[in-house]
Design a protein. Structure first.
Length: 214
C-alpha cells in the first residue's frame, strides 16, 4: 500500500473506533510490505485481540495472501474468537490497487462477548412453554374477548373470510366453540355477521363441528 493509502485507512480506523467506542477494534493490514508476516500497519483498540502494529495477519488475511485476487470477496458480519475467548462480530474488507490487485485489508472487530451472554440470559428468561405461539391478548371486557376470539379463529384458518369455504368456516367455528365463545351473550349474531352466514347455518356448522370432534 502507498503511504497516503495507509494514512487514510489509519484515519478512518481512528474515526470508526471513536464512533463505536473501546469495544470496537479496527485493523489495517498492508499486504504489499516486505514482511507480510508483520502486516498490521495501524490498529485501534488493539487490547481487544491483544495485537499491535507490526503483528501478523489473522487466518482470513493470511488466506488472502495466497488466494486468487479475482475470487476474493469481502466478508461481513461474521463471528470470530480471540485467544482469550472473546467473541467478536467481524467484517473484513479487501483493499485493491488501480489494477484490481489486493494490497491491503481493513478489518472491524466488535467485542460482543457481554452481549452474547446477555442474549443467552434474555432467551432463557423469555422462553415459555408456548414458544412460537401467538401471545394472548389481554382484553378489557367480554365483547373485546369475543372480537379477539373471532380474529384468532380467522388466523387459524389462514385466509380472508371471503375466500373461506364451508370446511374453513366449520374449522373456525369449532375453535370458537372450544374456546367458549358461544357462552358470551349474543355471540352467535356477531359470529354470523363476521362469517357472512345465517343463524341456521351457524347451528348446522356447530353440529358438524361437534360431530367431527366426537
Amino acid at each position: 500500500m502507498k503511504e497516503n493509502e495507509i494514512s487514510f485507512c489509519a484515519q478512518l480506523a481512528k474515526a470508526i473506533a471513536r464512533q463505536f467506542g473501546p469495544n470496537c477494534e479496527v485493523v489495517v493490514h498492508d499486504l504489499c510490505g516486505a514482511e507480510p508476516e508483520h502486516s498490521i500497519v495501524a490498529i485501534e483498540n488493539g487490547h481487544i485481540s491483544g495485537r499491535r502494529v507490526g503483528d501478523g495477519p489473522s487466518h482470513v488475511v493470511w488466506e488472502a495472501l495466497k488466494a486468487d485476487p479475482g475470487k476474493l470477496e469481502d466478508r461481513l458480519a461474521y463471528l470470530t474468537r480471540t485467544e482469550d475467548g472473546k467473541i467478536l462480530k467481524s467484517s473484513t474488507v479487501f483493499l485493491r490497487d488501480a489494477d484490481g490487485n489486493v494490497n491491503g485489508v481493513f478489518s472491524i472487530n466488535y467485542d460482543i462477548t457481554m452481549m452474547k451472554a446477555m442474549e443467552d440470559q434474555l432467551r432463557a428468561f423469555t422462553e415459555t412453554e408456548t414458544s412460537g405461539a401467538e401471545p394472548e391478548t389481554i382484553t378489557h371486557n367480554v365483547n373485546d374477548l369475543l372480537d379477539e376470539l373471532i380474529r384468532q379463529s380467522a388466523r387459524l384458518v389462514g385466509k380472508p373470510v371471503a375466500l373461506m369455504n364451508k370446511d374453513d368456516k366449520i374449522k373456525a367455528i369449532r375453535f370458537l366453540n372450544d374456546s367458549g365463545a358461544f357462552l358470551i351473550t349474543k355471540s352467535g349474531l356477531r359470529v354470523c355477521n363476521f362469517f357472512g352466514i345465517s343463524k341456521y347455518t351457524l347451528y348446522s356448522y356447530l353440529d358438524e363441528a361437534k360431530g367431527e370432534k366426537e
